[in-house]
Design a protein around this ligand. Structure first.
Ligand code: NAG
Ligand code: NAG
Ligand code: NAG
Length: 430
């Protein structure tokens, strides 16, 4: 097809202008000739366009085929901006830890190098987990940190999500990857009643109730589905079968902290007893066990305690006790490791800090100095370092495996069926 304008004028081109005077006509003709495009120019322009497109195409082709190191580096730079890890050496910041975990997860997915369990997420919603990495040391925090360390050593991805709002937000981002949620008992009930938290027909990305487990320090059930979803720090199913027979004994381990401290053989320790009481009011509490009994034995023994004064009115330290004041963790362990015996006073009845250090004795002393008191008995028979088998890291990890990998949907289904059949109890979406 001829796409360029006709270059050679014909007679017909002029026919229509016959009425125009001749000098006028030749002026017009000159103007038209000027406007006419010469075929040579058109050809040269087209050739130039063709050449430049061939050059540009070739450049693009080779650029696409070549390895692109600069592009990869740019992409990785971009990747760093997702879940930025601001303070890599700060461990007490749960947002930062979450970003590190997400970063590791995305990297291993991209590189196909995810380790065993890494693509399984455990959401840590009880605040004791975020507190524990911030260095808090309450009994619950110590329970939390030992669970956290075990999960991480097993390769699970752990994400902190304190409070239900953060939990619901986190869960809906990767619902299928979340194997279990550990949260406070009260929060499990609150989430269950909150259509913005729990999974419902109209909120399908909510948390299914059977994936939630209550981190409950005390006995009894504290979960919308009852005892089986209530985690216990101690073996309550055995210790308190009354209301906790079906609780899930998760437990804790302080094996690592324990073995870090050199063990001082009993005979090398000073004649010292440690009295387990964190505050002065425990001596006037209704649970105090030794009312009317002197704690001072009829033989030389220093009684040491690390108590804070929590009394409002006038009070005094019981006779014979050297109060060192509230101790930090290291000083506390130091005192324990050089005590020959630990004396409990009935409150607290449980304490994770204590369990592995030294044996606890019964009645501290008798007025009759000739009778063999249990205190003397305990001091004469020092026990070597001992870790209760259920409280080793391996035992804790085993139970965590049962918790995280267990089938919790089936028993929840049974409960749901029963609730529907009896009309008792709130129903839920599985
Ligand atoms: C994949 O692995 C390489 C080498 O181990 C590492 O340099 C790179 O950062 C990883 N990729 C991502 C997206 O993290
Ligand atoms: C503890 O504090 C209260 C209130 O400040 C004070 O009255 C009391 O004497 C203190 N007890 C001891 C043993 O220091
Ligand atoms: C992964 O988890 C399972 C069960 O929870 C456990 O038995 C296994 O040892 C874990 N893998 C690693 C590498 O720790």
């Amino acid at each position: 097809m001829k796409w360029w304008p006709a270059a050679i004028p014909t007679e017909a081109d002029h026919g229509e202008y016959e009425l125009i005077p001749s000098d006028e006509r030749s002026r017009q003709q000159r103007r038209r000739e000027r406007r006419r495009i010469r075929p040579a120019y058109v050809f040269i322009a087209s050739a130039c366009l063709l050449c430049s497109s061939i050059v540009l195409f070739t450049v693009d082709f080779f650029r696409l085929r070549a390895p692109r190191p600069s592009n990869d580096a740019g992409w990785l730079d971009f990747f760093k901006k997702l879940w930025p890890v601001g303070l890599p050496d700060v461990t007490d910041n749960w947002q930062n830890e979450n970003n590190k975990a997400m970063h590791a997860l995305m990297s291993c997915m991209v590189n196909r190098t995810c380790k065993e369990n890494q693509t399984s997420i455990v959401l840590l919603s009880s605040e004791h987990f975020s507190h524990s990495i911030a260095g808090h040391v309450s009994g619950e925090d110590i329970w939390a940190i030992s669970v956290l360390i075990s999960l991480q050593e097993m390769g699970y991805t752990t994400i902190y999500a304190p409070k239900n709002e953060e939990l619901a937000r986190s869960y809906r981002r990767f619902p299928d990857l979340v194997k279990a949620v550990i949260l406070e008992g009260a929060d499990s009930k609150r989430c269950f009643d909150d259509p913005k938290c729990i999974k419902t027909l109209t909120h399908p990305l909510g948390v299914p109730v059977w994936k939630m487990f209550s981190f409950h320090f005390w006995t009894g059930a504290e979960h919308p589905l009852g005892n089986r979803w209530t985690l216990s720090p101690e073996n309550y199913p055995v210790l308190a079968p009354g209301n906790s027979k079906d609780n899930f004994y998760l437990g804790y381990s302080i094996e690592r902290t324990c073995v870090k401290k050199p063990f001082i053989p009993g005979d090398d320790r000073p004649m010292q007893a440690y009295i387990l009481a964190k505050q002065l009011s425990y001596f006037t509490d209704k649970n105090y066990m030794w009312k009317g009994v002197s704690l001072v034995p009829p033989f030389p023994l220093d009684l040491v305690a690390g108590m804070r004064n929590d009394t409002k009115g006038p009070s005094s330290i019981p006779d014979g006790i050297n109060n060192l004041g509230q101790l930090n963790q290291q000083d506390f362990y130091e005192q324990l490791s050089k005590s020959r015996v630990l004396i409990g006073i009935g409150n607290p009845r449980l304490s994770p800090r204590m369990t592995h250090w030294i044996g606890t004795v019964g009645r501290p002393s008798m007025t009759d100095s000739n009778s063999r008191s249990p205190l003397k008995e305990a001091m004469d028979h020092p026990i070597p370092r001992y870790i209760v088998p259920d409280m080793s890291m391996d035992a804790l990890k085993y139970r965590l495996g049962v918790l995280v990998e267990g089938d919790w949907k089936t028993p929840a289904e049974e409960i749901l069926r029963e609730r529907k059949a009896t009309g008792k109890g709130k129903t839920f979406e599985l």
